[in-house]
Design a protein around this ligand. Structure first.
Ligand code: GLN
Ligand code: ZN
Length: 758
């Protein structure tokens, strides 16, 4: 019988109650026992919901107290030495220490989960001796069964993926590490089998990336070992985010089923099935409902797709499922009361996707006739949005089409601009600056709320923002920073703020998704053609500049970041959306310049997030991403200094593209990569202005002058001192005032030492 399944559910809850519980616990406002109870309630609610909707294979152990990769590391007792973990169960203090840092130890690195905007904690294997601290999947399975009578499907990150996402070991140690991990996995699986678990979902998303022959051998070794150890446990080897590499090898692995993504890996996976077939005795987890997008599925198209699949797989071997975990989509559209009906009707969040999965399952089981009404409904909803005015702005479509055939270029090359800019700005060697935002205190958030609720009028709110700008301009002068910023107090978020002022965007009330830890983001929805409708940042920036004689840097979010951090329409190519955004931002860049702002930063932290997982598609993406940045920034004068900023590490393989953006200065997050990024600059000759972040802003810890001096010296071994800037890793929005001022003072002291020395 065809079954329905989900790969994972959002953790945060419809009200973000998960986030609130975590933060209350960290702040010491919630006892550990009460915290555990609250989290359990949230977890059980999600299971209940899936049961109620009729999902057959409900995931357990997909829930987390922070991040599922950290959970996996903690389950194996892989805790970096600096946290003085002594074995046994991992206490919450250690668990959160690894994630967030402690007074004495820096946090583990955090990095992007494949090509999503979710970030996981990178396990550090060096020196660890893995053991099982707790069979978490078993605990989760028992809980679902005992509390709700649910026969859960434990989800576990597979060994190859876990290992490949970890650091602190060399290539040559891969097999040694696998042989340490495999027995632990075996024990976990054996305990699950003994408990009577029927299906286990082992996530191996690494299988959609390039695999070597050695990797394929490793997979055989892993899954043959599992098959021998737990012959009666049904393992579903799950992949997502792209089509699998080495399909023919993978489907010969001795597991009971394979989960494939037929949304983001549609073409590749479908082609593979057609070419190589699908083993008759295996189950296919057909990921047909998008686990990452917010759009309603066309039930008609999905049924056609599944019918296509049934030519290769018997219906009783089919599992209809989401293409990935639903972690990447918001919880429910039910509370969206402010969207136009055209838009709202075209949306499906996690809960609505449960309905879609069940609906398709039902149609496959008992025929289309029972769901004709639903098919028509989804067609109507999708068509109504397609025909809306917002999706049919010919003025924008024409301007952007004209732009996209040109090569956007500054009027002179960097070397010449650099001379002109030095003459104009007269900055000292190693200019200091920050990335844009300053602490958003409770007071700032309160003010925004008052204004949003209408209790404050625009003028009251603007006066408050001006007052914050005053405070921080003064502080920055006192700290003796060279290039100042206005502080971004008027912005909740670097994308939402712009989206609210551009045409083509919509804002949800509850479209929150987890970004990292307790941090959630509410991505705007780009549902129509994007257009500039008026100045967005000029007022605050101009005001800040009027309060100081030092240069104030304008602050914009770049086209690719806006796009990658939004939920975007899927009826036109992403490339076109990027150019529409770039064209709109160009108009803002020009407005700032006309208002006398001579340094403008266009942040592009999220370029990497859009990087296709398939190597053969990466160059094409980077080329249009660079082009979009240049469209936005190329029309300014030579003396106008264009800055950009990138964070979330792992830029080492994109340095050529970063250079091609042709920004006069880039600031880039460095400290969490523990020197690896600096090393990659060693291998390149980056010829534009650059500031490698000298301190980690993700933790409240105040870095010492000595630490920052060491970072600076390390960078200067590789980079040209004349082009070197000194700045923190990223914006300081989430930090407190005191630690921020103390850290920046230390940063300026470290700069002075460097100036004396060089
Ligand atoms: N200008 C932004 C800030 O300082 C940049 C944030 C980011 O890169 N994530 O907040
Ligand atoms: Zn940043």
């Amino acid at each position: 019988m065809v079954r329905s399944s989900v790969l994972g559910y959002p953790r945060i809850g419809a009200d973000r109650e998960w986030k609130k519980a975590l933060e209350a616990f960290w702040a010491g406002k919630l006892e550990e026992s009460e915290f555990e109870l609250q989290l359990q309630e949230i977890r059980l609610n999600h299971l209940r919901k899936q049961k109620e909707k009729g999902i057959d294979l409900i995931p357990v152990n997909d829930f987390s107290y922070y991040d599922h990769i950290l959970d996996t590391a903690a389950m194996f007792g892989i805790i970096p030495e600096r946290f003085a973990f002594e074995g046994g169960a991992v206490p919450l203090s250690v668990y959160y220490g690894v994630a967030r840092g402690t007074k004495d130890a820096t946090a583990s690195e955090m990095t992007k989960w494949f090509n999503t905007n979710y970030h996981y904690i990178v396990p550090e294997l060096n020196g660890a001796s893995p053991v099982i601290t707790e069979n978490k999947p078993l605990t989760a399975y028992r809980e679902a069964k005992e509390k709700l009578g649910i026969e859960g499907k434990p989800v576990i990150v597979g060994p190859l993926t876990f290992l490949k996402l970890s650091k602190g070991y060399s290539q040559s140690e891969t097999d040694a590490w696998l042989s340490r991990l495999i027995p632990l996995y075996v024990q976990i699986l054996q305990e699950l089998a003994a408990e009577g678990v029927q299906w286990v979902q082992i996530d191996e998303p690494i299988l959609v990336t390039k695999l070597s022959d050695a990797d394929v051998e490793r997979l055989k070794n892993i899954y043959e070992t599992f098959a021998a150890a737990v012959p009666n446990l049904n393992i579903l080897l799950q992949t997502y985010f792209e089509s699998v590499d080495r399909y023919a090898d993978i489907i010969s692995l001795p597991v009971k089923g394979f989960g494939l993504d037929f949304v983001h890996g549609l073409n590749g996976n479908l082609q593979s099935i057609k070419t190589f077939g699908f083993p008759a005795d295996k189950v296919l987890g057909a990921g047909v409902i998008d686990g990452r997008g917010i759009w309603k599925a066309s039930i008609r198209e999905k049924l056609e797709l599944v019918e296509e699949l049934t030519k290769h797989v018997a219906t009783e071997n089919l599992v209809i499922q989401s293409s990935s975990s639903l972690l990447h989509v918001p919880v429910t559209t039910e509370r969206e009361t402010k969207l136009s009906s055209e838009l709202k009707n075209a949306l499906a969040y996690a809960e609505e996707k449960l309905d879609e999965v069940v609906l398709i399952t039902k149609a496959i089981a008992s025929g289309k006739a029972g769901v004709l009404e639903e098919i028509e409904q989804s067609d109507r909803a999708i068509q109504a949005l397609q025909q809306s005015d917002e999706r049919n702005r010919s003025d924008i479509q024409q301007s952007v089409a004209a732009l996209s055939v040109q090569q956007p270029e500054r009027s002179r090359p960097f070397a010449e601009r650099h001379v002109a800019q030095q003459a104009k700005w007269q900055l000292p060697i190693f200019p200091t600056t920050t990335i844009g935002s300053f602490p958003q205190s409770a007071e700032v958030r309160k003010a925004r709320q008052l204004w949003r609720k209408g209790e404050w009028n625009n003028e009251q709110y603007a006066a408050f923002i001006r007052q914050q700008i005053d405070i921080w301009i003064k502080l920055q002068e006192e700290i003796e920073l060279d290039v100042l910023v206005h502080g971004e107090f008027e912005r909740t978020d670097m994308v939402e703020f712009f989206g609210e002022k551009l045409a083509g965007f919509a804002f949800t009330q509850n479209g929150w998704v987890q970004s990292y830890g307790s941090r959630c983001v509410k991505p705007p929805v780009i549902f129509g053609d994007v257009a500039f409708t008026g100045e967005m940042t000029v007022e605050e920036t101009k005001y800040a500049q009027s309060r100081t004689s030092r240069p104030v840097k304008g602050m914009l979010t770049g086209p690719i970041t806006i796009m990658n951090w939004s939920f975007v329409r899927d009826d036109i190519p992403r490339e076109h959306i990027a150019y529409q955004l770039a064209y709109a931002l160009r108009q803002e860049v020009e407005a700032l310049e006309s208002a006398g702002i001579g340094m403008i930063q266009v942040d592009e932290p999220a370029v990497r997030e859009g990087l296709p997982l398939k190597e053969e598609e990466q160059a094409g993406y980077l080329a249009w991403a660079v082009k979009a940045f240049r469209i936005a920034t190329c029309t300014v004068q030579d003396t106008t200094q264009i800055h950009t900023h990138m964070c979330y590490c792992e830029f080492h393989d994109m340095i050529d593209s970063i250079e091609a953006m042709d920004a006069d200065v880039i600031s880039i997050e460095t400290s969490r990569s523990h020197g690896e990024l600096i090393h990659s600059f060693e291998l390149n000759t980056y010829k534009l202005g650059i500031g490698l972040g000298v301190y980690d802003i993700h933790s409240p810890r105040v870095p010492s002058v000595e630490e920052m001096t060491a970072m600076i010296e390390r960078a200067l071994r590789v980079l040209d001192p004349k082009l070197f800037w000194i700045n923190p890793d990223c914006g300081l929005k989430t930090r407190g005032l005191e630690e921020t001022v103390a850290s920046l003072r230390n940063m300026v002291d470290a700069t002075k030492i460097a100036r004396d020395k060089h």
